[in-house]
Design a binder for this molecule. Structure first.
Ligand SMILES: [Fe+2]
Length: 287
């Protein structure tokens, strides 16, 4: 029988997956095993620290349900989600809109709104009009694109965080017209702390990190023949732009409030989103 050594266990653990036919799974598990074992050796992980890690992940799991995604929050605050997002979208044609994180507050099936619909349902806050175009990379309008949008209230709270969270608020779906245009009404979003009453909040406090995201409005835009764009627009001047707790804010997605052309009492965000066609990625890989 072999003598167990730390290096030997890593070699053995990797050798044991050699019969798997799933090459990608093998690649991922091999790298994960290597890094995980190296990590334990590097920090000389003690049994107590290992147990604390197991307990931490257990609480993250217990905290997670269909309204609270503590695992996404953990991934986001560790910067993992932002790295995955960057890698998935780095092949974009230069003029396509950058992506940004989906985050933990997206909900399927938001109510549909007509042009100029108010996704805040008249909630208190500074009036905001969000308008623009959805275009392809040749600058042509995309008709009938489906836009999902969601944001915090003026107080920085998402509907999912409210006691009566079955009601959908500050979120909606709308479609672009034949000219690719969209427009909806809302209130200005606020910077907000990510949910901090769980294990991830405890982790942030232990690491002396603030829990804030800069103010933003989320978008997920889908149209047949195009790659679905998940992104967000961040408000210029926000104090947390450079220290977004989830590493989501990107320079190309920062917008200024303007005075609305249609309603003098409201501010406006105007932004044209550019979607990549589904084929563009394959073409670039061949080329
Ligand atoms: Fe958000």
């Amino acid at each position: 029988m072999k003598t167990l050594t730390a290096a030997g266990i890593t070699r053995d653990a990797i050798a044991r997956i050699s019969k798997s036919k799933n090459r990608r799974l093998k690649q991922i598990v091999r790298a994960l095993t290597n890094h995980l074992h190296d990590f334990a050796r590097e920090v000389k992980l003690t049994p107590e620290e290992w147990w604390a890690g197991i307990q931490f992940l257990t609480v993250v799991g217990h905290m997670t349900d269909e309204k609270r995604q503590e695992f996404i929050l953990l991934s986001d605050t560790l910067g993992l989600s932002a790295i995955v997002d960057l890698m998935a979208n780095r092949n974009h044609q230069s003029n396509a809109t950058d992506s940004s994180l989906l985050g933990p507050f997206f909900r399927e099936g938001a109510p549909l709104f007509p042009v100029d619909g108010d996704i805040s349902h008249g909630a208190p806050g500074d009036k905001l009009i969000v308008a623009g175009l959805v275009l392809n990379t040749d600058g042509e309008p995309i008709a009938d694109a489906l836009i999902d949008t969601w944001q915090s209230s003026a107080d920085g709270i998402y509907d999912l965080q409210q006691a009566d969270s079955d009601e959908m608020n500050f979120r909606g779906r709308l479609r672009t017209g034949a000219d690719g245009r969209f427009r909806f009404r809302s209130v200005k979003p606020s910077s907000y702390p990510v949910p901090s009453d769980g294990p991830v909040g405890k982790m942030l406090r232990a690491l002396a990190r603030h829990p804030y995201r800069p103010a933003h409005v989320h978008f997920r835009i889908a149209a047949p023949g195009y790659r679905t764009l998940t992104t967000a627009l961040y408000i210029s001047g926000d104090r947390y732009l450079d220290s977004d707790v989830v590493f989501g804010a990107k320079k190309s997605l920062v917008v200024n409030y303007r005075r609305s052309r249609t309603n003098g009492a409201a501010s406006a965000i105007e932004f044209d989103f550019v979607l990549n066609s589904r084929e563009s990625r394959k073409k670039r890989k061949r080329g």
